[in-house]
Design a protein. Structure first.
Length: 153
């Protein structure tokens, strides 16, 4: 993979983790899939309206993905700015509402990318379940990929 591809994979993975974690934390148990599907429906409507009203239908899905990855990187930067990461500055109180707003912004772009790749809410959910299992398997030394194992206590 081209070095830029590694960065893209990193940012998409980070965004996926944020999005799914946000979905589970903010939506709660029981009906989160219905709500996740609703988010996908709303985003599809928004994307369609945006493309029509801004005359953007000519943009290829691959270019949309690039633009949305950059938008997510920008939103991640805004999220980071809210967390006092600048050790050279005096810390300020963390604004939880601003953190949540940035996560929602990231969710918009992430879901839009999923839609453009033909993913559904169910596809995302199933993919997450598979990856989550693999992540646990890696940490527990049960994966074909080595080097992830938790230290044995």
């Amino acid at each position: 993979i081209h070095p830029a591809g590694y960065m893209l994979e990193y940012y998409i993975s980070a965004a996926a983790t944020i999005v799914f974690s946000y979905s589970v934390l903010m939506i709660g148990r029981g009906d989160y899939m219905d709500r996740l599907e609703h988010i996908f429906q709303l985003q599809a409507k928004f994307d369609q309206a945006l493309a029509e009203r801004r005359n953007l239908k000519h943009i290829a899905p691959e270019e949309w993905i690039q633009k949305e990855v950059l938008a997510i990187v920008s939103e991640l930067g805004e999220l980071l700015d809210e967390t006092n990461f600048k050790w050279w500055k005096n810390p300020k109180p963390v604004n939880q509402a601003a953190l949540r707003e940035e996560l929602v912004d990231i969710l918009h772009f992430f879901v839009s990318m999923c839609i453009k790749l033909g993913m559904t809410a169910e596809d995302l959910y199933q993919g997450y379940l598979e990856k989550n299992k693999e992540n646990f398997d890696r940490q527990q030394g049960k994966s074909a990929k080595s080097g992830y194992e938790w230290e044995v206590e």
